[in-house]
Design a protein around this ligand. Structure first.
Ligand SMILES: [Zn+2]
Ligand SMILES: [Zn+2]
Length: 262
């Protein structure tokens, strides 16, 4: 049973870090430039552990920023209610991820190579089939099936925490026009996605803004940068400290999609 939990948490962590660093910070917000090597690793891990098409994830997330907490936001608990988004938020995500208009308007600047067209996008379920084979191979039929079933619940659960609680419960460091909140200071399980900080500085590669907040994704980016495999393109004003007046939002901080509809 311990092996089941270790595998679930291990793959879950890899999934969350890959989504946070690659799909969220590097692609959706262009906050980080990644060397092709880690970029390919993250793409494969997202394919293997989530069944998520990266372009669809980026498009739905950019639309969330463009319409945050008002009509048009694909998964706002303020608009749709906390219970539906927390318990069934993945359904809202899937519905929006098949909306061609959303993909066309918000899905730009995403990978469009042979791998994406023929494997990651074209056969996204193959990744989960491979993950099931890994579980069955390592744990045998019964424990393997149990582990894989638990693994399938990981992403919907994290989506409920970030998209639901991240706009409903928790603390706020910054006044923003939306209802975003940081769920816990030690956002270990959700890769350091401090949501209120992120909505205040959406272009920043670093999400933590207080010393006691631990941003796992930022730690991964700094480790990759130390090896010459990543470079942050924008970080909120390093001189700013909590309690001081907020820095003006620089033009570089507002991506074109964030201005859409607001
Ligand atoms: Zn949000
Ligand atoms: Zn974002």
């Amino acid at each position: 049973m311990l092996a089941v939990l270790l595998l679930c948490v291990g793959f879950g962590w890899l999934a969350n870090i890959s989504i946070s660093v690659y799909a969220h910070r590097a692609l959706a917000h262009k906050a980080v430039a990644l060397h092709p090597a880690p970029a390919h690793v993250f793409r494969f891990l997202i394919f293997l552990t989530t069944g998520t098409r990266v372009r669809a994830w980026v498009a739905v997330h950019r639309k969330h920023h463009a319409y945050v907490d008002r009509e048009g936001d694909p998964h706002s608990p303020v608009v749709h209610g906390i219970a539906p988004i927390f318990f069934a938020g993945y359904r809202y995500y899937f519905r929006e991820s098949t909306n061609e208009a959303t993909l066309r308007r918000f899905g730009h600047d995403c990978p469009d190579d042979w791998l994406e067209r023929n494997l990651y996008e074209g056969r996204s379920n193959l990744g989960l089939a491979l993950l099931a084979a890994i579980y069955l191979g390592l744990l045998g039929p019964w424990l393997g099936l149990l582990g894989f079933a638990l693994q399938l619940m990981w992403m919907p659960l994290c989506a409920g925490v970030i998209n639901g609680l991240g706009h409903h419960a928790g603390y706020r460091n910054h006044e923003t026009r939306d209802g975003s909140r940081n769920v816990v200071p030690l956002a270990l399980v959700i890769a350091g996605e401090a949501h209120n900080n992120h909505h205040r500085f959406p272009r920043s590669a670093k999400f933590s803004t207080r010393w006691w907040e631990f941003d796992v994704g930022w730690a991964v980016i700094r480790a990759l940068a130390a090896c010459g495999l990543a470079r942050e393109l924008y970080v909120y004003d390093r001189k700013w400290r909590p309690g001081a007046p907020l820095p003006a939002v620089r033009p570089a901080e507002a991506a074109p999609f964030e201005a859409a509809g607001s």
